[in-house]
Design a protein around this ligand. Structure first.
Ligand code: HEC
Ligand code: HEC
Length: 214
């Protein structure tokens, strides 16, 4: 991976933040209200669907509300840039990915180990943080894909980081970067439901055959 010049990261974290605050202040704000769902049904609510394959597909549709929520999808983009906000606009300032041959700055120059609330006036109230903050690889991109496509890709060990279904469930239910989606910092709406509820939906989806929507 190409790294940002270290001097910029070490000497400049606060300067970069100040710069971003200034930049964001001048960014045209035309955010569309998000159509993202805020509630998540429990796995148990699907037990009335007696046909397991139908139940499995319905469960995945529900999981899809989490996966396609901006808190998750903004880091799983299909293009060269991470996305921001509920309208999933291109990241400000512009950030490119190394995977497509571009110079990729170190996310940690601005994204610290935990969420950072700002007290200065800006169009956003906090900067997301996590020690492993970074782009999901292109093989795990969800942006612009149908739920069926996302589902088949998630099950494909060639694309999903070598995870079998149990490891996939474990990742969604327990991973602490995934957990950020429900603790996204001031000024950001969390993903629907809870990480535990999402994990239970994934388990129920696996138990009913891990079928994908068409
Ligand atoms: C900060 C960026 C970031 C956010 C936010 C994020 N992810 Fe990811 N995600 C990644 C990265 C990086 C990987 C690859 C690392 C790995 O394989 O462990 C990944 C991998 C995954 C995988 C592995 C399988 C695959 O094919 O995608 C799943 C599942 C996943 N994320 C789910 C989620 C969910 C659900 C959310 C929201 C609740 C979420 N992620 C939010 C960066 C992010
Ligand atoms: C120069 C500073 C800077 C760098 C470098 C940077 N970011 Fe950001 N990023 C920000 C700021 C500031 C925000 C908050 C802005 C907002 O929410 O509108 C942000 C927000 C985000 C969000 C939005 C989360 C959400 O759900 O809305 C994602 C995703 C993101 N960054 C990904 C990345 C990735 C991946 C990298 C590294 C490849 C990176 N950023 C590098 C400054 C930076």
């Amino acid at each position: 991976m190409i790294r940002a010049p270290q001097f910029a990261v070490r000497a400049g974290s606060l300067a970069i933040i100040a710069f971003v605050v200034a930049m964001a202040g001048s960014r045209p704000s035309g955010a569309d209200p998000s159509s993202a769902s805020t509630t998540l049904r429990n796995a148990a609510e699907f037990s009335s669907i007696s046909n397991p394959a139908d139940r499995s597909r319905a469960l995945f549709e529900e999981i899809g509300k989490v996966l396609t929520n901006p808190r998750c999808m903004n880091c799983h983009p299909a293009g060269d840039h991470p996305l921001q906000g509920d309208d999933s606009h291109e990241h400000v300032p512009p950030i490119w990915r190394a995977e497509t041959g571009h110079f990729e700055v170190n996310c940690s120059g601005c994204h610290g180990g935990k969420n950072f609330s700002l007290h200065e006036a800006a169009t956003y109230r906090s900067i997301p943080g996590h020690p492993r903050w970074g782009f999901a690889p292109l093989s795990m991109a969800w942006e612009g894909k149908s739920l069926g496509e996302i589902c088949r890709q998630l099950k494909d060990v060639q694309l999903n980081g070598g995870r079998d279904l149990a490891a996939l469930e474990e990742h969604i239910a327990k991973d602490d970067l995934v957990a950020w989606g429900w603790n996204p910092g001031e000024g950001r709406k969390p993903a629907p439901g809870s990480q535990q509820a999402a994990g239970e939906l994934v388990q129920a989806w696996i138990d009913s055959g891990a079928e994908c929507p068409r």
